[in-house]
Design a binder for this molecule. Structure first.
Ligand SMILES: Nc1ncnc2c1ncn2[C@@H]1O[C@H](COP(=O)(O)OP(=O)(O)OP(=O)(O)O)[C@@H](O)[C@H]1O
Length: 288
């Protein structure tokens, strides 16, 4: 299987310095006999303001890629450049500093991982701004201004995350990630735990936030969720990127058998979803 994505990047990406540039990234877990490769030869670049969706089934390495781009897991080979700086060899403190400076932010599936359960919503939202050196009053007004963009009322500011609904919590987590105006936000399954109304709302909010010029890496096992938001889609299969292309190309002219299977299995993408026999035929082709 090819380790190189089969499609060329779009023109806009070529003209701008990428916010994220991953080259031949390899990640292993475990030691000695338990050592397993989770990512192999992954190369991908994300331009300022671009939204790249990363899809793949469970175990394909999506979260590992997210963790590597956040410095939560170390690459065993390859290079990782964020905003023009090689960060692959960064230590724990340098990563923490990078995240604190708000260059790269994140939203996880479980908002309680992105929000401190013991901090009020207001403290959670203003904290990253205060760390950046924004004066307290300005931090408070920026926080309030951001709330309306994620369709939340200022009445919620003095609550704890545990006192909000799942959908409200996830919108708070999105607000926290974006209030510092980061260059790059990694969203790992941000809508997977939400009901359909909240899912649609978050996807709409993400679409609107793209206009700010922030680059988004949107990870999901569900092609349907990514399709309406992403400019480009990258497909991970067994730790390798097998296809990268514009969202339209990947959905309408999938090149790799696995991508065809994903497209065929996403009922929200096509009015006529593939029947079981067709999906099984594609699966057989993949494992041939
Ligand atoms: N901490 C870990 N220690 C050992 N192996 C791990 C660890 N985390 C992930 N793996 C393995 O690495 C591979 C990729 O896992 P990863 O969580 O990145 O996949 P994923 O595509 O995000 O899956 P999911 O959609 O289920 O979250 C899997 O085989 C998984 O078992």
């Amino acid at each position: 299987m090819s380790t190189n994505p089969s499609r060329k990047p779009t023109g806009s990406e070529e003209s701008a310095v990428p916010v994220l540039e991953v080259t031949n990234l390899e990640v292993h877990y475990g030691l000695r006999r338990r050592r397993r490769r989770a990512l192999r030869g992954v190369s991908l670049s994300v331009a300022p303001g671009e939204t790249v969706g990363i899809i793949g089934e469970t175990g394909s390495g999506k979260s590992t890629l997210a963790r590597a781009a956040l410095g939560l897991v170390r690459a065993s080979a390859g290079s990782l450049v964020i905003d023009g700086v090689e960060v692959g060899a960064y230590g724990h403190r340098q990563w923490r500093d990078l995240r604190r400076r708000g260059v790269v932010q994140y939203v996880f599936q479980d908002p309680l991982r992105s929000l401190d359960p013991d901090l009020t919503i207001e403290a959670s939202l203003t904290e990253p701004l205060l760390i950046q050196g924004v004066p307290r009053q300005e931090a408070a007004s920026r926080t309030r201004a951001f709330l309306s963009r994620v369709r939340l009322s200022a009445d919620l500011l003095d609550r704890l995350p545990g006192e909000l609904s799942g959908g409200q919590r996830q919108r708070m987590a999105v607000a926290r990630a974006l209030v510092t105006e980061p260059r790059l936000v990694i969203l790992d399954e941000p809508v997977s735990a939400l009901d359909s109304a909240n899912r649609v709302q978050i996807l709409q909010i993400l679409k609107e936030l793209r206009a700010d010029g922030v680059a988004l890496v949107f990870i999901s096992h569900d092609l349907g969720s990514v399709a309406g938001v992403a400019d480009r889609i990258a497909v991970l299969y067994q730790g390798e990127l097998v296809e990268v292309g514009t969202a339209g190309d990947v959905i309408n002219q999938p090149q790799h058998a696995y991508t065809r299977l994903l497209v065929r299995s996403a009922p929200t993408l096509h009015s006529a979803a593939a029947d079981r026999a067709e999906r099984e035929a594609l699966r057989a082709l993949l494992h041939a």
